[in-house]
Design a protein around this ligand. Structure first.
Ligand SMILES: NC(=O)c1ccc[n+]([C@@H]2O[C@H](COP(=O)([O-])OP(=O)(O)OC[C@H]3O[C@@H](n4cnc5c(N)ncnc54)[C@H](OP(=O)(O)O)[C@@H]3O)[C@@H](O)[C@H]2O)c1
Length: 215
């Protein structure tokens, strides 16, 4: 059965998944990269964008897990890029260059329609304006029995949690206090929604927590 999984989602100890004031210079918001400092040194990240071998410890193993068995992704429009409001043109093609790291269909939630965007290496961005249920239905169909990874950002994950659609969630909790930004937990009663912590794995730069929905 195909599951909806959040993987490798970084949060600060005070619950922020992105810093404040996202823009072209600050894709993760101001001080947002501190949330992902566990990921940057890993072999997974270095193979994608870096010029180093990359580390192969527990953080890397957690990052690897996030790509296993994934047949499609769902993202929010802010994770896809800094453009807000109606698309002025079709110039913006995501943060990731000609060959994004997805290699499968990616469904981007937005209120602003746009034709699909085919990239090198198998990634196709589909822009979904009909909401989260439609995005999930389309992603599951595209995944063809494999899992769907819910990439983020915060606004997007919160909606899927509230609708009890997330089957499992891996959070990389960084021991930092961000103070401001996009807050994951605000107003969400995870216990009442049926979630529980099922696994804890200490990493080199983050504590990895796994949360699942009770059957
Ligand atoms: N910590 C991590 O591991 C991690 C992972 C991924 C991303 N991030 C960061 O998170 C930040 C983005 O998160 P975010 O919370 O600001 O935004 P987001 O969830 O990426 O995107 C929110 C936007 O998506 C569109 N959208 C969401 N739900 C929709 C729906 N049901 N129907 C139609 N459109 C919908 C809306 O855009 P429009 O109305 O403008 O179309 C909305 O403003 C970025 O800084 C990114 O780098 C962090």
């Amino acid at each position: 059965m195909s599951h909806l999984r959040v993987q490798s989602f970084g949060i600060s100890l005070d619950g922020f998944g992105a810093g404040a004031r996202q823009d072209l210079e600050n894709p993760l918001g101001v001080r947002g990269p501190e949330i992902m400092e566990w990921f940057f040194p890993t072999r997974v990240f270095q193979k994608m964008y870096g010029d180093k071998e990359g580390e192969t410890g527990a953080d890397n193993a957690m990052a690897e897990r996030g790509f296993e068995g994934v047949g499609a992704w769902i993202l929010g429009r802010n994770m896809f890029g800094p453009v807000r409001g109606p698309w002025p043109d079709e110039e913006w093609k995501g943060w990731w260059g000609d060959e994004p790291p997805y290699h499968v269909p990616v469904f981007v939630l937005t209120h602003h329609a746009r034709p699909p965007l085919r990239m090198k290496g198998g990634t196709i961005f589909h822009f979904v304006t009909e909401g989260i249920h439609s995005a999930l239905e389309q992603a599951k169909a595209a995944a063809n029995g494999a899992d769907v990874r819910l990439g983020g950002g915060v606004v997007t994950i919160r909606q899927f949690l509230q609708a009890k659609l997330v089957d499992s969630m891996h959070l990389a909790v960084r021991p930092i206090l961000l103070g401001e930004g996009e807050e994951l937990w605000h107003g969400l009663d995870m216990r009442a929604l049926g979630y529980e912590v099922t696994e804890l794995v200490p990493g080199e730069r983050a504590m990895h927590l796994f949360i699942s929905r009770r059957a």
